[in-house]
Design a protein around this ligand. Structure first.
Ligand code: GTP
Ligand code: MG
Length: 332
């Protein structure tokens, strides 16, 4: 086909590839949601319907883009992890960023009436999007820890603030009451003045939402997959019964950030054990061929990469090791 004389303008489109072999995080954030939440009468401090809708939009994204292997959401934001080895859209920054935020936004609008059946959408909401690359496991985990710590700090503040306001203080008075308080003080106000045990506030509000795919083996009723321990090779990874399992993918962390006061002084939880970076796991079956019997090369079982399986939303700690140890594919 003959080229038009205008074709040269294509050269102004510059490539914007993301560095290979780095963790890609796409964070989207609602634009002007302070006003949007007021206009649509969101409950304060947390509106369950709004958060469920955000989770639904995130599930849409993960349903469409298999290389998005993890999502973390709070308030009007969601962070998506694209797996390190991904070649999605040839790792073009704007393609990845714009496709994700576009699908998220259209899904938010598409599912709106399911979550707000009696609240018409008054105007089109929008979300911004940015891409950040993280070079290593530490930075990536610290990124997600940062977002979950932020969830905790904001939610404890907002829960206490609105308890004071509902208890009769003006917003200015409530702000003043909370000035200079740490998390212990806020827990104390909630408990002694309003009988609220912060630990009983729904985990969704305290810990945010984690979107992740279920490992296919989790559907087996009597057994749970566990990652190999250090020194164990991929071939030695085995299925253990749930009762033998020391690290079930579905157990919650012992470390509960909601009771940790270190956030108030900017402290960072670092309960990381030194057994990270374990070998990539495979699930071994008894039917595997033995090369010395058949003379054939052993069949390679593809390790689970987190791209297949049902997307589920959970509300658990992602600052400690338990969540990550149970899902080594997220960091591989
Ligand atoms: P930009 O992101 O800079 O455009 O500003 P923003 O107005 O969206 O504020 P920001 O992203 O910093 O914070 C999100 C805001 O959304 C909160 O401050 C709340 O006002 C509102 N919001 C989010 N979730 C809820 C909710 O469940 N209930 C209520 N009432 N408000 C919410
Ligand atoms: Mg916002």
């Amino acid at each position: 086909m003959a080229k038009s004389r205008f074709e040269y303008v294509r050269n102004f489109e510059l490539p914007d590839p993301l560095m290979p072999n780095t963790y890609i995080v796409v964070r989207i954030d609602g634009r002007g949601f302070h006003k949007f939440s007021d206009t649509h009468s969101f409950e304060k401090p947390n509106d369950r319907r709004a958060l469920d809708l955000m989770d639904m939009a995130a599930k849409s994204v993960m349903g469409e883009y298999k290389d998005v292997i993890l999502g973390f959401g709070e308030s009007d934001e969601y962070s998506f992890l694209v797996k390190r080895s991904s070649t999605m859209y040839s790792r073009r920054r704007s393609k990845i960023s714009s496709s994700i935020v576009s699908l998220f936004t259209s899904s938010y609008v598409f599912y709106w009436s399911q979550y707000f059946p009696n609240t018409p959408l008054r105007y089109p909401p929008s979300f911004d999007s940015r891409v950040v690359l993280y070079p290593g496991e530490k930075e990536l985990r610290d990124y997600f820890s940062w977002r979950q710590a932020d969830t905790h700090i904001n939610n404890l503040y907002n829960t206490t603030f609105w308890a004071l306001v509902h208890g009769g203080q003006t917003t200015t008075e409530a702000n003043k009451t909370l000035q200079g308080t740490d998390s212990k003080d806020k827990n104390e106000i909630l408990f002694s003045q309003y009988g609220i045990n912060y630990n009983n506030v729904p985990a969704m509000y305290r810990k945010g939402s984690v979107c992740v795919r279920e490992h296919p083996s989790s559907h087996a009723s009597t057994s749970a997959w566990t990652p190999p321990s250090r020194g164990q090779t991929a071939g030695e990874t085995s299925m253990r019964t749930a009762s033998q399992s020391t690290s079930s993918p579905f157990s919650s962390s012992k470390k509960d950030i909601s009771t940790d006061t270190s956030f108030d002084n900017g402290g960072i939880l670092d309960g990381r054990s030194d057994d990270e970076g374990s070998t990539v796991p495979v699930v071994r079956t008894d039917q595997e061929e033995k090369p010395w019997r058949t003379g054939k090369k052993p069949k390679r079982v593809k390790p689970y990469e987190g791209t297949e399986g049902e997307v589920v939303v959970i509300h658990e700690d992602i600052i400690g090791n338990t969540f990550w140890d149970a899902r080594p594919w997220l960091l591989s």
